[in-house]
Design a protein around this ligand. Structure first.
Ligand SMILES: *Cc1c(COP(=O)(O)O)cnc(C)c1O
Length: 355
């Protein structure tokens, strides 16, 4: 079994965490008089600090996912979770992390903020994961490999056997960002946590659960990894409002499933409609709630749609994404409007070029 203790930064291993007044939080009982945390005593529903370990919310997530609460960590969005992972394991100016471009832009930004070197192991032409390329990018100071599956901005899932081989061969932390997993038919890597102490899986309420505004990132990992994240997190990183709202959202599983079904049906419909437009050169297969398409002129297309009140994302500057734009799947009505505008674009461009 791999031991992740020796991957943790020395200062983090040695420090003692902030002891908040409510570390032994059970739930604010009305029987007690709380004079320990310098709070305002007048009850307005928000005057007390929230549960620093979000027990009720973790129990609900545990129930949904079949993962014990001790293997769950919650962050103020995945962005906080990813930042804490980097801070726990990468010594600034010394250690490095490997990413697989084209991928989610935050990995690079968070590495830069933390002064951690980025090493790139590009995906292959079909945006598949290549083990040899990853192994080549890894060196003795590599502490984390970031994988994103389904990947943003390409939409495809990474091959499970390749990931498994990588997990078996590498001793560093392997983060699998599953922000879009609910839109794919694939099994989550959370079910393999027991096999890999160095595996950290990130999910979020921002996409399939439709709650980007409340900022809740979820991470699943071995107990030692979770306890390190608990040690270094800001004590009250998940507000009471977020915890309450998340519990409400996570109770609406029927709505969640319905949304996913509509979005994936719309995605597949959109994919075939986009494929018929002559200025669309390729629509990449997607397991997510967006499509990456290669077009003849991404700048012209984005500008045209913007003038029509539709905002899409030009991704043509990313490695391997020449001439590509990324389009999020909208409501059925929004997608209909998109296709109409794209047909108009085709018409206007053809009249433009008419002699
Ligand atoms: C959208 C997205 C997230 C979600 O980030 P939050 O901070 O939880 O909103 C995480 N990873 C990827 C790859 C994403 O595209």
């Amino acid at each position: 079994m791999k031991n992740i203790e020796n991957l943790v930064r020395k200062n983090i291993k040695q420090m003692s965490p902030y002891a908040s007044a409510r570390n032994e939080f059970a739930s604010v009982s009305t029987d007690n008089v709380y004079l320990d945390a310098n709070e305002n005593p007048f009850n307005n529903g928000l005057n007390r600090y929230p549960d620093p370990f979000q027990l009720q919310l973790k129990n609900r997530i545990s129930e949904l996912k079949g993962i014990p609460p001790a293997h769950i960590f919650l962050g103020n969005g995945s962005d906080e979770v990813l930042d804490l992972i980097i801070r726990a394991f990468c010594e600034p100016g010394k250690d490095n992390m490997v990413i697989t471009p084209p991928t989610y832009g935050m990995y690079k930004v968070l590495a830069a903020i933390n002064n951690v070197e980025i090493r790139e192991a590009s995906l292959n032409k079909d945006f598949g994961l290549d083990k040899a390329t990853v192994i080549k990018a890894v060196n003795a100071r590599t502490r984390i490999l970031f994988l994103c599956s389904p990947n943003n901005p390409t939409g495809n899932s990474m091959d499970n056997v390749t990931i498994e081989n990588i997990l078996n061969d590498l001793n560093c932390i392997v983060v699998i960002d599953e922000a879009y997993i609910d839109f794919s038919g694939n099994e989550s890597w959370i079910n393999k946590l027991a096999l890999y102490p160095n595996l950290i899986v990130c999910q979020t309420l921002s996409k399939a659960w439709g709650a980007a505004a409340i900022r809740l990132g979820i991470c699943y990992a071995s107990e030692p990894a979770i306890s390190i994240l608990n040690k270094i997190k800001p004590p009250y990183n998940i507000s009471k409002l977020t915890q309450q709202e998340a519990l409400k959202i996570l109770s609406k599983t029927k709505k969640y499933r319905k949304n996913i079904s509509v979005i994936t049906t719309e995605r597949d419909k959109l994919r075939s409609q986009l494929g018929k437009l002559p200025f669309v050169k390729n629509v990449y297969p997607s397991d997510a709630n967006f499509l990456l398409i290669a077009v003849t002129n991404p700048f012209l297309l984005c500008e045209y749609l913007l003038n029509q009140g539709i905002v899409i994302r030009n991704r043509s500057n990313l490695t391997g994404c020449n001439n590509c734009v990324r389009i999020t799947v909208g409501t059925p009505e929004e997608n209909k409007i998109l296709i109409t505008k794209l047909k108009n674009f085709l018409y206007e461009k053809s009249t433009f070029y008419r002699p």
